[in-house]
Design a protein around this ligand. Structure first.
Ligand SMILES: [Zn+2]
Length: 359
């Protein structure tokens, strides 16, 4: 199909039950999902950034702009929610440190474990930057089929954050192209790190980081679309989300609108093009993946499949997080900016390796 036809077909299918989408006489159609987690990213800044690929996914899919309040706005807390389908009140993770451990996933198994238990033949991968994501994906029995952590090189040393993101995206592109995993989850980190280090003094640096990640999203999207074009028995869905936002001064962990702001983009055959439904939440990612891959969701999940409308209020007001255009905590031409210009990779890489920025 041409792109136009595919979009039209997707729109036509959007209101039909999944089972009705497969032609009766054709080979069985299988769903495939790529979940792209972009750490610490405000949708209002995506809109202000040069981010055509995210804009295109939102235009071709359904966008949700939601608040995760009163959930804790920390990365391990939120990625655990995305990867289990329950909020922090259930999984109990409170921070990126001592409570970010494998214990909660015994009671609330990861999406990888849920899929592998129900359908062991499914291929599941976590190809991300952060070691805590790797911990989550390796936890449980069975765990994800393949787990990689790109923030460390083979010797165990930290790599530059933009390199870690590029390597994670490259692994996703290769996996999609060569293997076509049923579920691929990735986590890209540099936007959050720049949020901590530079957003307060140089908002454009945060926006530029979004632009770099947008380029990686474009590579992943292209790989998905090229594979879908040549594997007509596969129906691909891309979900994009974030774990929390960032204060204008940089940082998160509290309950302000900037910190609790989140978004979801769902682009695929089950989702209306160009629509907005603020009922989709971080907790709905796992139920949606389970639904797409034909695995029943456990009864104790907080989330609900986005194919059924998600768990939130579709008409909820979008977070009030106006884009920030000037630094508020210091000079916009200080040494941090110069360092970022001179070495846009490792001002963030050293922080990542040391784990000192509280992803
Ligand atoms: Zn952070």
């Amino acid at each position: 199909m041409t792109r136009t036809h595919r979009i039209l077909a997707a729109a036509a299918l959007a209101t039909l039950p999944l089972a009705a989408a497969a032609p009766a006489s054709a080979a069985p159609v299988v769903n495939k999902v790529v979940v792209i987690g972009i750490d610490g990213t405000l949708y209002s800044e995506i809109q202000a950034a040069n981010a055509p690929n995210l804009g295109r996914l939102a235009a071709e899919g359904t966008l949700a702009r939601t608040s995760i309040a009163p959930h804790t706005t920390m990365s391990c807390v939120s990625w655990a929610t995305a990867l289990t389908g329950v909020w922090d009140t259930k999984h109990g993770i409170k921070d990126n440190d001592s409570t970010c451990n494998p214990t909660p996933f015994a009671q609330y198994p990861t999406v990888f474990t849920q899929l592998e238990r129900a359908r062991p033949s499914l291929s599941t991968m976590s190809l991300g930057t952060w070691d805590k994501i790797g911990m989550i994906a390796r936890t449980g029995s069975p765990a994800a089929d393949r787990v990689s952590v790109t923030q460390l090189d083979p010797s165990g040393a930290g790599v530059c954050e933009t390199t870690a993101d590029s390597n994670a995206a490259a692994q996703v592109v290769s996996a999609v192209t060569e293997d076509g995993p049923d579920l691929t989850f990735t986590h890209l980190d540099q936007v959050d790190i720049v949020g901590h280090t530079l957003r307060g003094i140089w908002p454009q640096a945060y926006r530029d980081a979004i632009g770099r990640v947008d380029g990686l999203v474009g590579k992943i999207t292209r790989a998905v679309d090229e594979r879908a074009a040549t594997h007509t028995d596969e129906r691909w869905t891309i979900l994009v989300t974030t774990d929390h936002g960032h204060k204008p001064s940089g940082g998160h962990g509290g309950q302000s609108a900037y910190e609790t702001a989140s978004f979801v983009i769902a682009r695929g055959p089950g989702f209306a093009s160009g629509a907005q439904n603020n009922g989709y939440t971080l907790a709905d990612v796992t139920p949606t993946v389970l639904d797409l891959l034909d695995v029943a969701a456990p009864g104790n999940l907080d989330g609900r499949s986005m194919l059924l409308g998600g768990s939130g209020d579709p008409a909820a007001t979008a977070p009030n997080t106006p884009a920030v255009d000037s630094g508020i905590t210091g000079s916009s031409s200080g040494s941090a900016q110069a360092l970022m210009v001179n070495n846009p990779l490792c001002i963030v890489g050293s922080g990542s390796a040391g784990g000192s920025y509280g992803d």
